[in-house]
Design a protein around this ligand. Structure first.
Ligand code: SF4
Length: 414
């Protein structure tokens, strides 16, 4: 049965063309990506103009929209070449530009009035007046700052017509979304240019000047202190609340993340949105719960544990990961299908051996297990095992014929 609940768009990250295609396969309605210039996350692999053009054609053929980030904190010199770049994006028919700088926005509004502008989270919209201001400027969609509570999100959503987009999953900053100089000071990589080395997650120790190498513990555990190490955001349990107030798009963070991560998180949120398409939201928190399988799948994705960030209350110490670097996950990325056929060709991501059981992540939350019968290189030389980045043909039991290109296999950690 289908109810009249408006299901938001699912917006997934695409660090490169492979991840764009993976996100499309696993249920994204839209992807966001950056070019080599004018984009935060400049160190994400990012798209050349040709890749971007190919990506837009591919996405549109698969019913997926493409939003391109032009969200640098621009200085005067950054405007060189900007007009030509936006002309190019216009010509290849991208669906929107994600922008934060008012100077860049003014150029788009004046010269490219047909282009949709989505306001980047980098603009830090934290209140209704600010949202109204941007709406008046002609902004089609506003990504609200991650630092808002559900109550505040609701107040904004109820009072403006512009679309509202909300981050629901992924890494968060301990500063206002990327407006932070820690990385620049410590590593000369500027978070404000998308090059953050995430030093907030480094392990810190105290050293007395005259005793080099003698670290004084400021410890949260015996490996050190993770002073600024925030857990990752996850609003999976809160989707029904976002749906009930008519949020237009939910966004997954992670253009630097692997295709495995992109596939795992995209498929999880796709399945959750599909669940709420067919199950009525009652506004009763006891009843409005996703089945346990969603949280089992969530726990398999590598994480820094989860926080709901500002959703109910401002985060505090329990939302930081003081005692360890990451939560151990039980599965790893085995490989991605490079070529379909009677026997598939995969790019290996973690060592696989004959007789290993690998799991195909299907759309929905289904999994199918396959036993590897044989592995061979592209010249058909058999090999007992394959290592990361090798491209190999595998024969499996049951047959892996019909498995689509860009499908992802995972394997249980030993
Ligand atoms: S150092 Fe940490 S808080 Fe600062 S921008 Fe990078 S990820 Fe965000």
């Amino acid at each position: 049965m289908s109810f009249k609940q408006k299901i938001p768009e699912l917006l997934a990250p695409a660090g490169d063309i492979e991840r764009l295609k993976t996100a499309s396969l696993y249920g994204a309605d839209a992807v966001y990506l950056g070019g080599k210039n004018f984009s935060l996350r400049a160190k994400a692999i990012n798209f050349s103009p040709d890749d971007m053009h190919e990506g837009v054609i591919y996405a549109h053929e698969h019913g997926v929209k493409v939003y391109v980030t032009v969200n640098i904190f621009a200085h005067n010199k950054d405007f060189e070449g900007l007009y030509d770049y936006i002309s190019f994006l216009n010509e290849i028919n991208v669906d929107a530009l994600i922008v934060s700088d008012p100077g860049i926005i003014s150029i788009i509004l004046e010269k490219f009035p047909n282009l949709n502008i989505h306001l980047s989270t980098q603009a830090n919209v934290t209140n209704l007046q600010s949202a109204k201001f941007w709406e008046k400027q002609g902004i089609k969609r506003i990504n609200l700052a991650r630092e808002l509570s559900f109550q505040e999100i609701t107040e904004v959503k109820n009072s403006i017509k512009a679309e509202i987009e909300i981050f629901v999953h992924g890494a968060i900053c301990i500063s206002y979304s990327g407006r932070c100089f820690l990385s620049l000071y410590l590593t000369e990589r500027d978070a404000n240019k998308g090059e953050c080395a995430q030093p907030c997650r480094y392990h810190y120790r105290l050293e007395e000047k005259k005793r080099p190498g003698e670290y004084l513990p400021i410890e949260e555990d015996n490996r050190g202190a993770y002073i600024f190490h925030s857990k990752d955001m996850c609003l999976l349990k809160r989707l029904q609340q976002l749906i009930s107030i008519g949020i237009d798009s939910i966004k997954i963070e992670g253009r630097m993340k692997s295709p495995y991560y992109v596939a795992s998180v995209t498929r999880l949120y796709r399945a959750a949105l599909d669940y709420w398409k067919t199950n009525k939201i009652s506004q009763n928190p006891e009843k409005d719960r996703l089945p346990e399988i969603f949280f089992n799948e969530l726990s398999i994705i590598g994480t820094r544990s989860f926080t709901e960030n500002f959703f109910e209350n401002p985060p505090n110490q329990k939302d930081m990961l003081y005692d360890l670097e990451r939560v151990e996950n039980s599965y790893v990325f085995a490989g991605i299908v490079e070529q379909e056929g009677e026997h598939i060709i995969i790019k290996v991501k973690n060592k696989i051996k004959c007789n290993d059981e690998i799991e195909l992540m299907k759309t929905g939350l289904e999994i199918s297990s396959y036993r590897i019968i044989s592995i061979s290189d592209i010249y058909d030389n058999e090999m007992p095992e394959a290592n990361p980045e090798q491209i190999v043909k595998i024969i499996t039991e049951p047959s892996s014929a019909n498995i689509k290109k860009y499908s992802i296999f995972r394997i249980k950690k030993i």
